[in-house]
Design a protein around this ligand. Structure first.
Ligand code: KET
Length: 449
């Protein structure tokens, strides 16, 4: 024992001695500079990163950065799609608090790594939530679901999987779409093209254009579809239109990749909002689905979501999963445990599940009430223009039709923050702030900015 102690202390003494000799090698400045000069310094001795230009802020998340810097007491953040209460505060759902309490009380819980595919129970419950408990794909076990880092991570993993293993490398996204879509899929290794979706003249769906563009897409192309509550337009196809889209896509072998970031937020019902996806699964064809729990469970920062790939047989699904693991492992190894555990607790328990649906419906209803209040406020002010799209559009956002100059005026003069495409997050409004927004819109459209 003693000998061991002595030898270990003498070996650490040796190491310290060596270090001291190394650092104090006389006052030989040449030697010192060889020790201290950064081996990465550029020719001029400056940083090798000195040539970098300042990158612009993200078009959506940067709105919050600008908002946070504004000292005005009347400032209003309608940029990011994040739910706020009537008091303008972020909301942690009661049912989430309960689930977290359960998790904390359970002393058997550990913090081991999850498998590469994440929490298996969460994956099963997520597939059931989006496809329906009686889904043929689940019954026949021909689906693989992997937990990913929220909706964004699910899209990215799905994109990389397709880039590696699918015969067509082009993905068609809606024009316009969520600003991150083109970046995610380009970096995943796919070629991004757009299809017509929104008609600014009617502020509705350009259904003819959509059918023409998908009809002209090369067979097998991937098509990104917003499952519900299209971002940023708030314009969704009707169920009949979805059926036509399904028929067209299946007839051309186009691969559907659903982005489901707002299940429950469009209609207030989880099942209704999942209908378009279920139609595509019911026909027996293949598809991908990226799910996010950021909005519908308010788990934004927990980064919890899932990627499901519906296949034709259990055998193929098993091999697809094995390849998904090869995409995930070098990307982030395995996903986080906490958020997925919260979701699993809620989805597995009938009472908590019901409570969640009520809280979700309340959020959706408050947004609908904001639509009505804003529409009424503009009508009362006699604001020129047809503003009925505010009540017709669906989900978190209203695509106002305001142009970048008008948005910038509203930010400068009224401290109202929104994305430059004129999208406002209705979830960030409250009865108290509706008049301020209506005043700003009225001013900007009557001022001819
Ligand atoms: N898809 C869509 C259509 C979407 O609007 C978002 C987020 C996501 C996926 C990804 O969400 P995640 O937090 O990764 O689950 N949209 C809002 C937030 C953001 O831009 O990150 C937004 O549009 O404001």
């Amino acid at each position: 024992m003693k000998t061991t102690d002595f030898s270990s202390s003498s070996s650490s003494d040796r190491r310290i001695g060596a270090l001291l000799r190394h650092l104090t090698a006389g006052s030989d400045s040449d030697h010192l500079s060889s020790v201290y000069a950064s081996p990465t310094s550029g020719v001029t001795g400056g940083s090798v990163f000195a040539h970098l230009v300042q990158a612009p802020e993200d078009p959506i998340l940067g709105v919050t950065v600008a908002y946070n810097k504004d000292p005005s007491p009347v400032k209003l953040n309608l940029g990011v799609g994040a739910y706020r209460t009537e008091e303008g505060k972020p909301l942690v759902l009661n049912v989430v608090r309960k689930a977290e309490q359960q998790l904390i009380n359970d002393r058997t819980r550990i913090k081991e790594y999850l498998p590469i595919v994440g929490l298996v129970e969460f994956n099963k419950l997520s597939a059931k939530l989006i496809l329906g408990a009686d889904s043929p794909a689940i019954r026949e076990n021909r689906i693989t679901t992997v937990e990913c880092l929220s909706g964004t991570g699910s899209l990215r993993v799905g994109g990389e999987f397709l880039a590696k293993h699918y015969h067509q490398k082009t993905i068609y996204i809606t024009q316009p779409t969520w600003g991150n879509h083109p970046k995610i899929f380009t970096l995943a290794g796919l070629t991004v093209k757009t299809y017509r979706y929104y008609d600014p003249a009617t502020r509705g769906l350009n259904f003819q254009g959509l059918l023409e563009d998908l009809g002209a897409a090369p067979a097998g192309s991937i098509v990104l579809l917003h499952a519900c509550a299209h971002n940023p337009t708030g314009v969704d196809p009707t169920i009949q239109q979805w059926e036509q889209i399904r028929q067209l896509m299946r007839s051309k072998g186009l691969m559907p990749f659903f982005d489901s970031a707002y299940q429950g937020f469009a209609s207030g019902s989880l099942d209704t909002d999942a209908k378009p996806i279920r139609m595509f699964v019911a026909d027996g064809g293949e598809c991908l689905v990226a799910q996010s729990y950021a909005k519908n469970m308010g788990l934004y920062g927990e980064r919890v979501g899932a990627l499901s790939i519906v296949c034709k047989s259990a055998d193929v699904a098993g091999r697809v999963e094995s390849q998904l693991k090869l995409v995930i492992r070098p990307m982030y190894s395995s996903p986080p445990i906490h958020g997925a555990s919260i979701v699993a607790v809620i989805l597995r328990d009938k009472n908590l599940f019901n409570e969640w649906t009520l809280e979700l419906k309340a959020m959706a209803d408050r947004i609908i009430s904001m639509r009505k209040q804003l529409f009424e406020a503009l009508r009362t002010r006699g604001t020129p223009g047809d503003w009925s799209h505010i009540i017709k559009q669906i989900g978190m956002f209203t695509f106002t039709g305001l142009n970048p100059a008008q948005v910038s005026f509203m930010t400068k003069e009224y401290h109202i923050y929104m994305t430059s495409d004129g999208r406002i997050s209705m979830a960030g409004l409250s009865s108290k702030t509706v008049p301020h927004l209506a005043d700003a819109i009225h001013a900007v459209v009557t001022k001819a900015v």
